[in-house]
Write a protein that binds this ligand. Structure first.
Ligand SMILES: [Zn+2]
Ligand SMILES: [Zn+2]
Length: 344
């Protein structure tokens, strides 16, 4: 089968690999869609001694059941399914507490990130993937191509949003920094599940139009953006800021527009920095910050349900699996609206 393989720093190639065998508790999924995430670009740029070199990428994976392990029940051939982002154990303290995105088995302290398809185990940018049945959720009638990015691009914002839901009241103002893969889903989840005033920022005209069409206030991400947000909030600032980019300008904006007692959720991995000085910080008193990653299994079900109800939808840019190298290049150079999905 074809498999998009990370061969050396900043380089992916399509390699021929054997179709995986399955264990009795696994399902062989014929991949129908594999989303391409900015973190895939981050991963392949960690240098030439990255332990993931040689592996098949792809952590947003949807497909149809092709083969069922002997011990698996409840699935039939042809069923559409979404693969869990985080391959949690289901048994540890964190899993049992419903914080399975922090699973102690999938995410040992020294790990780069929790175990996921394409991050420590073969990913879904391939014709097939073997998955434990317990790491699949049914998609019903959803198109697996459009549903694949739900596994991260919708799940991760859903988790970040759920973690501050007490602040997302009907009179709150929320800022979404970056309207790309995760941001355009975060924006829709906020609009679908809260009564907040939502302000979306991006440098791209088309992405700003998307925000406006969905009922958000769109502000170009430039040097005047922070002042515009303060003006819209009578100088007080935003209740919650989601930074889906994490580059220096967005981190600076997040810190400069969050209100006292507000919250920042840093999701994007862009390398931006802010200084925290205990006692004398630019950060207002009472601000809560979380370095958000992934989401729980329960949140996976929530985003599938919202998609099935037509309340959220991924803007998909389709690429044939054979054009994976082009897709990586387009993402790297900001030429993707919404999410690129590889279709085997
Ligand atoms: Zn990702
Ligand atoms: Zn666990």
């Amino acid at each position: 089968m074809r498999a998009v393989t990370y061969v050396k720093n900043d380089t992916v190639e399509i390699h021929e690999k054997p179709v995986p065998d399955i264990h009795p508790d696994e399902i062989l999924l014929q991949v129908r869609g594999a989303g391409l995430c900015h973190s895939d670009i981050t991963i392949i740029n960690f240098g030439d001694d990255n332990p993931l070199i040689g592996s098949t990428l792809g952590h947003e994976v949807a497909g149809t059941v092709a083969k069922i392990g002997d011990d698996v029940q409840g699935w039939s051939e042809g069923d559409a399914a979404l693969v869990s982002l985080i391959l949690s154990c289901g048994q540890c303290r964190e899993c049992l507490a419903g914080r399975d995105n922090n699973c102690e088995v999938a995410y040992p302290r020294d790990a780069l990130a929790p175990l996921s398809p394409g991050i420590g185990t073969p990913g879904g940018m391939a014709d097939f993937i073997a998955v434990k049945a317990r790491h699949l959720d049914p998609l019903g009638d959803l198109d697996p191509v459009a549903a694949a990015p739900l596994a991260d691009a919708a799940l991760t914002p859903m988790h970040a949003i759920n973690a501050v839901r007490d602040r997302l009241t009907g009179d709150a103002t929320v800022v979404v920094l970056g309207l790309g893969g995760l941001g355009h889903m975060g924006l829709q989840i906020l609009l679908a599940t809260t009564g907040c005033r939502v302000i979306g920022l991006d440098t791209d005209e088309q992405k700003l139009r998307f925000a406006e069409e969905h009922g958000a206030i769109a502000i170009p991400s430039d040097r005047d953006a922070a002042q515009k947000i303060l003006d819209l909030t009578n100088g007080i600032g935003a209740d919650v800021v989601f930074d889906f980019v994490g580059v220096q300008p967005t981190v600076t904006t997040a810190v400069s527009v969050v209100r006292g007692g507000g919250a920042i959720r840093f999701v994007g991995l862009g390398g931006g920095v802010f200084e925290y000085v205990a006692g004398n910080s630019a950060l207002p008193w009472g601000v809560s910050i979380e370095r958000a990653y992934g989401g729980t299994r329960s949140e996976m079900r929530q985003v599938i349900a919202l998609a099935q109800a037509g309340k959220i939808g991924v803007e998909v840019q389709r690429y044939s699996l054979d054009d994976a190298v082009q897709a990586f290049d387009d993402l790297h150079h900001g030429r993707i609206q919404g999410r690129a999905v590889l279709v085997p």
